[in-house]
Design a protein around this ligand. Structure first.
Ligand SMILES: *Cc1c(COP(=O)(O)O)cnc(C)c1O
Length: 370
């Protein structure tokens, strides 16, 4: 049976609820009161999901997740600042690339892709390199699905008086980020991952004092988060054409997040998805890339099986024909593929996926024994 609408087992865009897609079935004038009210509610709800209060402000921006990371780096770092990026995957590397492209001073600490960043090494580096002004961390490194120790890194960074920038793209809305208690200068995320909205919009939740101090930093007009913030403060409007349908979908998705029980309940559902997947895959002979202690229930990375007959493109196509879109690996060291656990999907979807994989995998075993 081929499904008309596939289930996306990818880290975004991902499977959305019908109500979320239905929320896009009309037009909005971007300067009209009804859209201004929607924008205000989105900003307020995003701040609330992060546990933020008066100290922080939510600034949405058109574009994919990388656009908001580039906007935040370009806005919050001045020419005399220096960024330390903690890297254990492709998204950490991307932050460093962005800073370098912008001509900002930047350096990196690197760990292997299967290892969490180590707070002790950060401590040591901040002591040895006092001219570092900002530290950047990827909360959940989507390259593998690894969860980095946000709380410990935040505490050290704050103790040294440095600004802390968090790429929470694939964790925001599920893994806990309480900026009311955890010292964070800016959190960056997008509409189309754990918030389960449509793609096309990113946002940063930024300390107002940091934003105020950042006036004039960004050489880009459209990616200047200070100017974007000022635009919202002035008249509640976006500076340039907003993705109105994407915003409407995000608002619907944020209301559903509240109905589901907030990030805690969402994380519980994702963990159940992950557990069903991991146990089932293990039974079928697949091995996870990460050790359980580092694994977030966001996306699972599996080694290619050693079974003769396994060929990833054919495996992908066979699952796609059954209505499941999985994701290739992104690792430099190992042959892997990924299966996302996030989106408007539940245990039954994963049980059906496992049945499909079991049927497909029978062919590989047969190839071998023949
Ligand atoms: C998805 C993602 C991004 C942004 O990717 P886009 O393709 O630009 O949306 C950035 N960082 C992390 C950790 C991500 O998972």
């Amino acid at each position: 049976m081929t499904r008309v609408v596939p289930i996306l087992l990818t880290p975004g865009p991902l499977t959305t609820r019908l109500e979320t897609r239905q929320a896009m079935l009309r037009d909005w004038g971007s300067r009209d009161d009804s859209f201004i009210a929607m924008t205000a509610e989105i900003r307020q709800r995003l701040l609330a999901v992060a546990g933020g209060g008066d100290r922080h402000v939510a600034v949405p921006l058109q574009g994919s997740g990388t656009f908001i990371v580039e906007a935040a780096i370009g806005t919050l770092l001045g020419p005399n600042d220096k960024l330390l990026v903690l890297i254990n995957g492709a998204y950490g590397e991307r932050i460093l690339t962005i800073a370098q492209r912008l001509g900002r001073r930047a350096l990196a600490l690197r760990w292997p892709e299967n290892q969490a960043v180590e707070p002790d090494l950060l401590e040591q580096t901040l002591r040895e390199t006092p001219d570092i002004t900002h530290v950047a961390l990827v909360h959940c490194e989507t390259t593998t699905g690894l969860e980095n120790p946000l709380g410990a890194i935040a505490a050290i960074t704050a103790r040294h008086g440095k600004a802390f920038l968090v790429d929470a793209m694939s964790s925001f809305g599920a893994l806990k980020i309480d900026i009311g208690r955890t010292p964070v200068t800016a959190v960056m995320a997008s509409s189309n991952k754990c918030l389960e909205g449509a793609p096309g919009l990113g946002f940063a939740i930024v300390e107002k004092t940091a934003l105020r101090a950042a006036q004039g930093n960004n050489p880009s007009l459209s990616l200047d988060l200070y100017e974007q913030w000022q635009g919202f403060e002035k008249n509640g409007q976006w500076r340039f054409t907003p993705p109105v349908q994407v915003a409407a979908a995000l608002l619907a998705a944020l209301r559903q997040l509240e109905t589901e029980g907030g990030p805690e309940a969402r994380l519980r559902r994702y963990r159940e998805n992950f557990d069903i997947l991991a146990r089932g895959m293990e039974r079928l002979g697949f091995r996870l890339f990460l050790s359980p202690a580092d694994q977030a229930p966001i996306i699972a990375t599996f080694h290619y099986p050693t079974t003769a007959g396994f060929h990833f493109p054919a495996f992908y196509q066979a699952l796609a024909a059954e209505g499941f879109l999985i994701y290739p690996g992104k690792l430099s060291q190992a042959d892997t593929f990924r299966i996302g656990c996030i989106g408007a999907i539940g245990g039954d979807d994963f049980r059906r996926l496992l049945q499909a994989i079991e049927v497909i995998a029978k062919d590989w075993t047969n190839t071998k024994s023949r």
